[in-house]
Design a protein around this ligand. Structure first.
Ligand code: AVI
Length: 370
């Protein structure tokens, strides 16, 4: 069901352009390009809501995961609670940190191989799960544009604000691009994808977000991808690979304390969202690499015995000194193993690219015919 929309299921957005007089920092041709794309914007942007963004923020039913996570031993919280506005900003900062090699390593792989991806798939609709700021997508769009293919992009994100603002920026920069954004969870969007208007489709799940799913969730997710694709269509997956513990632990314990702030911000998000009284000075960030499970674990550790209330959920949560809440796992993959898992799910890896250090992997898979 779509919420708050006209009957046709989507609405159009309009963007502001810099004035052509005065110092805009754009060359004349760039301004001309941007102004001409303004005129057909209505035809080029559709945003469809599959979740209600207002209720998604307030609906207490959606807090069931908080209630169960904080009621069990050991305690845990779903990583989706990292991403309020401040959390999203902090994550952007993490991606720029010297220790957090993931973003720039994956971007470098895209830089080098986006052209090869475009050649392998041919003209296709690019679907991106958890599109965020869509920054790496630009490298793909550039490659498809260079091949002379039509540009169609279907970003999917639960955050309407980030989806809309990055869509506007992309439309201003690619004058032939058409965007159909879905404000949605992955599951819902994958169930609702209608047939691609181009010869094929590629669903992208990059940034190693797969690592934040446990093995069971991962299993279910791959099945959802297989079901969403037609035989012959593509799945592009970006994953962080296993590497020495020291490099991994540095990436999740940066010297500027941004990851610590990102982790602790989850508690202030819960305070705002559910009338809570977590005292951020009474918890600390703790993360380490669990070598047997090949995963970084991020925890929030209570510095003393304390009871915290989440008034809107009617909860009083008791903590022992040193007790932790698991806030995230970030799994690190073995290429051969993941290739086998994908293949068993009907997603045949047809090409895999890595960086020189073999720190990060990008896999292009194609759905089997059967
Ligand atoms: C979003 N996700 C892939 C990040 C990761 O590396 O697992 C989230 C993150 N957590 C701490 N730093 C970054």
């Amino acid at each position: 069901m779509a919420f708050g929309l006209p009957a046709d299921g989507f609405y159009e957005s309009f963007m502001q352009f810099p004035k052509s007089s005065g110092s805009t920092g754009f060359s004349q041709s760039k301004i001309g390009d941007r102004l001409s794309s303004q005129y057909n914007l209505e035809e080029r942007l559709q945003i469809e809501y599959l979740i209600d963004p207002v209720n998604a923020q307030t609906n207490l039913e959606s807090a069931q995961d908080v209630i169960s996570g904080l009621s069990q031993t050991p305690k845990s919280l779903p990583p989706r609670y990292f991403y309020d506005d401040r959390g999203s900003q902090l994550f952007e900062q993490i991606c720029e940190l010297p220790e957090y090699y993931l973003t720039r390593t994956e971007a470098a792989i895209f830089q080098e191989y986006a052209g090869a991806i475009a050649q392998l798939t041919g003209a296709c609709e690019i679907v991106e799960l958890g599109s965020g700021s869509s920054s790496k997508t630009r490298l793909l769009l550039d490659a498809y544009q260079q091949q002379g293919y039509p540009l169609r992009y279907l970003p999917i994100d639960v955050s309407a604000g980030i989806l809309e603002s990055s869509a506007r920026t992309l439309l201003a920069d690619y004058s032939s691009l058409k965007i159909h954004g879905l404000v949605s969870t992955y599951e819902l969007a994958l169930e609702r994808l209608s047939p691609a208007p181009l010869p094929t489709r590629m669903i992208c799940f990059i940034g190693s977000t797969l690592g934040n799913l446990n093995p069971d969730e991962c299993h279910v997710f791959f099945s959802q991808i297989t079901q969403a694709l037609q035989p012959g269509e593509y799945f592009l997956l970006g994953i962080d690979l296993q590497k020495p513990k020291g490099l991994l632990e540095a990436a999740y314990n940066d010297s500027q304390g941004v990851t610590a702030a990102f982790n602790l911000n989850m508690l202030s998000h819960l305070n705002q969202r559910f009338g809570g009284n977590f005292d951020l000075n009474q918890f600390e960030h703790w993360s380490f690499y669990n070598e047997s499970l090949h995963q970084i674990e991020m925890h929030l550790r209570s510095l003393k015995a304390q009871t915290v209330e989440l008034q809107d959920l009617g909860m009083a949560i008791a903590f022992q000194p040193g007790e932790t809440i698991l806030s995230e796992i970030s799994r690190k993959f073995d290429l051969t193993q993941i290739q086998q898992e994908l293949s068993a799910k009907g997603l045949q890896p047809i090409q895999t690219w890595t960086d020189l250090n073999q720190w990060f992997g990008l896999l292009l898979c194609q759905r089997h015919n059967s």
